[in-house]
Design a protein around this ligand. Structure first.
Ligand code: AMP
Ligand code: ZN
Length: 302
């Protein structure tokens, strides 16, 4: 068994993750949830005084907004759509018949208006566009959501449904770059205080296909995304646990979010992957939270 599969087995054996039979889809124990909730509270302790507007959305977005976001250009392989049965009684009989014969009953399902949220900040952009031009000081939003990505894996740090807490900044290029730098500093300080080894690097997102290679080069060359990496199942290949994104005017342009002077708004976000952070803490400090170092316990359970 490789390091990822054996850490997963260990987590399951200790009851921290509850298997469902699908790779990347797990239940969480009370202890695991407590760590996630406590860490989420610690994030609020750092960013809460900035006056962000709190918004909570369910883990799905409007399909039209999803289409407008151009997510399908970059990551078609990760997207998850919600389909439902929309037929008549005859179709229903056919469905049950196919099911009984162990055939593929899903072929008759039709796409609904609902798409799984790929990143917690996605519902923010159309919402902000509707409000009209940004105020002079821009906007700051606090979001938290389960996100879906179709990347089944035995790596416990690569789930299909996981939580992302984000702060999202909308404004001028200067405003959003200052925000990103602030969180690069805060993120490192915060994770260092939890006594985990970390490093910052430019990101390497899995953009799809040949056109995707260009997008990946562009992302790296322009320093559009940094990640805070912490070892979870490998020292040599640590896992991205926080990300710091500068979207330029990508979302401003796609959704029509204007600045006061009529130009498109720039946006940036900092994303915390809650499950990955919990897994990094369990990895470094052990599976029994009572044995965690006093400094870490004081931070999470003050
Ligand atoms: P990203 O939008 O890819 O930068 O994701 C934001 C954060 O979510 C990352 O820094 C990770 O901590 C977390 N994340 C991304 N993909 C996954 C996944 N498949 N499983 C668990 N956490 C993830
Ligand atoms: Zn985001």
């Amino acid at each position: 068994m490789d390091a990822q599969a054996s850490y997963l087995a260990e987590l399951v054996q200790h009851g921290l993750l509850i298997p469902t039979g699908v790779d990347g889809l797990y239940g969480r124990s009370g202890v695991f949830e407590d760590v996630v909730d406590r860490f989420n509270t610690v994030i609020t302790g750092v960013g809460g005084k900035d006056g962000a507007e709190v918004m909570r959305f369910p883990p799905a977005i409007n399909r039209q907004h999803f289409e407008e976001s151009e997510y399908l250009k970059s990551f078609p392989q990760l997207a998850g759509t919600v389909h439902s049965f929309m037929g008549n009684e005859r179709d229903h009989m056919a469905l049950l018949d196919t099911l009984e014969k162990k055939g593929d009953w899903t072929t008759g399902q039709k796409a609904t208006q609902v798409v799984m949220t790929p990143a917690a900040c996605y519902p923010i952009y159309p919402t902000m566009a509707k409000r009209g031009p940004l105020p002079k000081e821009g906007r700051l939003v606090d979001v938290y959501s389960y996100c879906f990505r179709h990347e089944p894996s035995l790596d416990p740090a690569r789930m299909q449904l996981f939580r992302m807490r984000e702060y999202v900044r909308l404004g001028t290029p200067d405003q959003v770059m200052e925000f990103r730098q602030l969180w690069l500093d805060r993120g490192q300080k915060l994770m260092a205080s939890l006594k985990v080894p970390l490093k910052i690097d430019v990101a390497n997102d899995p953009f799809f296909g040949r056109a995707g290679k260009m997008l990946a080069v562009n992302q790296r060359d322009q320093n559009l995304k940094f990640e805070l990496l912490i070892p979870i199942t490998s020292e040599e290949k640590p896992t991205a646990c926080l990300s710091f994104n500068y979207h330029q005017d990508h979302f401003g342009h796609l959704f029509g979010i204007q600045q006061q002077d009529g130009s498109w708004a720039h946006t940036a976000c900092v994303g915390f992957g809650l499950e990955r952070i919990a897994l990094a803490l369990f990895r470094k400090h052990g599976l029994d939270v009572k044995q965690w170092p006093a400094a870490v316990r004081e931070k999470l359970w003050p």
